[in-house]
Design a protein. Structure first.
Length: 195
């Protein structure tokens, strides 16, 4: 199977808008995640003189790793969704195979949530050090990350409904943690607006 990330953006968007099972919303969410991380990295690079050398190096490395993970999820989402789609159509597929495929389908957006949490922490550590000219870019990155967070939650929950597993049981996150993350988005957004 060809890797989506090796094709052109034009090809990807054409496929996203076609009547084919994948790429779909999950891979699009991963692509938006890549955009948010990359925008934060751009702001970081242009503001490097405002950071201690070691801190800058650590944040940049963490962002590079996050981008690589997010890029891989674009293709991983397509792979798990196509497998699930095939199993649902296959009348000979057993229940355990289908349940495992739903778990795999839920694990991809869950990984997106984990990456968002990591990047949100990195942005939090960068506030006040990003050059003023790039505040709008970091705010856009925050908007992308919040959209990814909300979308990924929906995709995890939808897949879990088919296997009757709770979000907390599957993800390890409880409602309070999700609420705190939403509050972090608001708080960081307010801090950025006040820069």
């Amino acid at each position: 199977m060809d890797r989506v990330i090796d094709g052109s953006l034009k090809e990807y968007l054409a496929g996203l808008g076609e009547k084919i099972p994948a790429p779909g919303g999950g891979s699009a969410t991963a692509a938006v995640l890549c955009c948010g991380i990359s925008l934060h990295k751009k702001c970081l690079l242009y503001s490097s003189s405002n950071f201690e050398k070691e801190s800058f190096k650590n944040i940049k490395l963490s962002l590079d790793q996050a981008i690589e993970k997010a890029l891989a999820l674009i293709d991983r989402d397509r792979e798990v969704y196509l497998k699930l789609n095939d199993l649902i159509k296959d009348r000979s597929a057993n229940k355990d195979e289908i349940q495992e495929a739903y778990r795999d389908a839920a694990s991809v957006p869950l990984e997106m949530i984990r990456i968002v949490i990591t990047v949100l922490d990195l942005i939090n550590r960068s506030i006040g050090k990003i050059k003023m000219i790039f505040v709008s870019d970091i705010m856009a990155a925050m908007s992308f990350l919040e959209a990814v967070f909300d979308s990924a939650l929906i995709f995890v929950e939808i897949n879990l409904k088919s296997i009757d597993v709770s979000f907390k049981e599957f993800s390890g996150f409880d409602e309070e943690e999700i609420k705190k993350l939403r509050e972090d988005f608001k708080r960081i957004g307010i801090e950025l607006e006040n820069e």
